[in-house]
Design a protein around this ligand. Structure first.
Ligand code: DQA
Length: 148
């Protein structure tokens, strides 16, 4: 069964109670459960993880790359700061879909730049928890952004 990695960065463990006006009230566990159900009905399996540490995300992207498995990545604030995550995606050579719950472009200027977008297969921002479902749909429905 194909595996899709869903990797979440800092502070996303607090979804549900963290700034609900911006991020909604859906918890990370809710998102995981919905993705698992959707993926298993489509013959795929989700490997869902969260860390507050940049290096964990780098290691997990490397793992997905070594296995040739696609990634849905919400790197949280590391999106805007992390050259290490940019380099990990480049080096992994696997399909990465960048997601954000909030519309980062309608927020503070420091959220407008992403170090991930230029090495991602695609970017989905601003649809709340649904951003993850849309990313899953994109991965399941096509072969765009796959590296040969
Ligand atoms: C976020 C947007 C980031 O700017 C922020 O630092 C987050 C969450 C989002 O999903 O909207 O932690 O990635």
């Amino acid at each position: 069964m194909p595996v899709i990695h869903v990797l979440n960065g800092p502070n996303l463990n607090l979804l549900g109670t963290r700034e609900p006006v911006t991020y909604g009230t859906t918890t990370l566990a809710d998102i995981e459960a919905r993705l698992q159900a959707n993926a298993s009905g489509r013959g795929a399996q989700i490997r869902f993880r969260q860390s507050n540490h940049e290096g964990d995300l780098v290691t997990w992207i490397q793992e997905a790359g070594a296995a040739g498995e696609p990634v849905i990545l919400n790197a949280g604030a590391y999106t805007h700061t992390s050259i290490a995550i940019h380099d990990a995606i480049r080096g992994a050579g696997t399909q990465v879909v960048e997601v954000h719950l909030s519309n980062v472009h309608a927020r503070e200027a420091f959220r407008h730049h992403s170090h991930i977008s230029s090495v991602a297969a695609g970017v989905i921002v601003g649809f709340g928890a649904l951003s993850y479902d849309l990313a899953l749909e994109a991965i399941l429905s096509g072969d765009f952004g796959k590296k040969s």
